[in-house]
Ligand binder design. Sequence first.
Ligand code: KG4
Ligand code: ZN
Length: 339
Amino acid sequence: MRVIGIESSCDETAVAVFDAERGLLSHRLHSQVAMHQAYGGVVPELASRDHVRRLLPLVREALAQAGSDRQSIDAVAYTAGPGLIGALLVGAGFAASLAYAWGKPAIGIHHLEGHLLAPLLEREPPEFPFLALLVSGGHTQLVDVQGLGGYRILGETLDDAAGEAFDKTAKLLGLPYPGGAALSHLAEAGRSDRFVFPRPMLDRPGLDFSFSGLKTAALVALRGRILDDAIRADVARGFQEAVIQTLAEKCRRALEATGHRRLVIAGGVGANRRLRERLAEVAREAGAHLYFPRTEFCTDNGAMIALAGCMRLAAGMHPGRPIGARANWDLGDSCATGV
Ligand code: KG4
Ligand code: ZN
């Protein structure tokens, strides 16, 4: 069983081929980051137009790299939501056309299901069930993963996502968009005792998050000061510590509440080295094991969509999903109802 996966929900165009027996055969990606940087964020119309330009060449490259042809592909999986609606529609329309021309099914995948399953691309994948911390530019959720399509949201952000908070604070520090990775790099040179920012929501029970106040705290810390390298690094360090400690404490509580012995980090912020180190400690203290995808599969990619499509095809969990796209789509609805 072999599936081609197409990701176009935001500013990455990505295509990959996954084979049920041989694993990942190829993955190709074009990032639009340089194009959007001048605007300080993703411009939806530009994103859609660029996906149109990139998809077909990437499909050709991914097939060639996989040593595969259209006859050997059993299904076309694509990200059906959530995301930018124009960008999603380009991917959905393209996938539907390809599937029709090749006489294969098209399978709409929830973008966050892709992220959740990405650690299964690694050599030592987690078994079900597991607890997942999903931390991306658009989402911050703790998810109880019982199996393919069995997702229960235990907690989520009430305002900004963790990646969004990283990006907004990075902007305050004068870093180009998206600044999450650059902020974490800057933080490495900073002192941890100069700025101690609040740990949002830790004083309350439950597993929800809130990150919008942290960006304001960083703004207040910077106000009236000359932005030299030392202060930028110290603010970055203080901010990063506050986010990571909050995420770590909520993971600790969630492991305790659910009794899970496997903790998975997924999504772009999962690329953060300090977060991985801290969560490894949390997992160890709880007698659990930590899993994460390699860095390139933390951020948006086609491999996770091809894998999710292959798993759904193998489990017979795709029929009846109409072809389409949804800008807003709860992960909890993604099993039975489809798009
Ligand atoms: O999963 P993703 O590629 O896209 C979404 O689905 O949102 O996540 C992108 C987010 C951005 O906010 C980016 O700044 C953040 O992940 N990010 C990081 C790091 N690398 C990427 N945040 C903190 N530390 C990093 N090393
Ligand atoms: Zn994503």
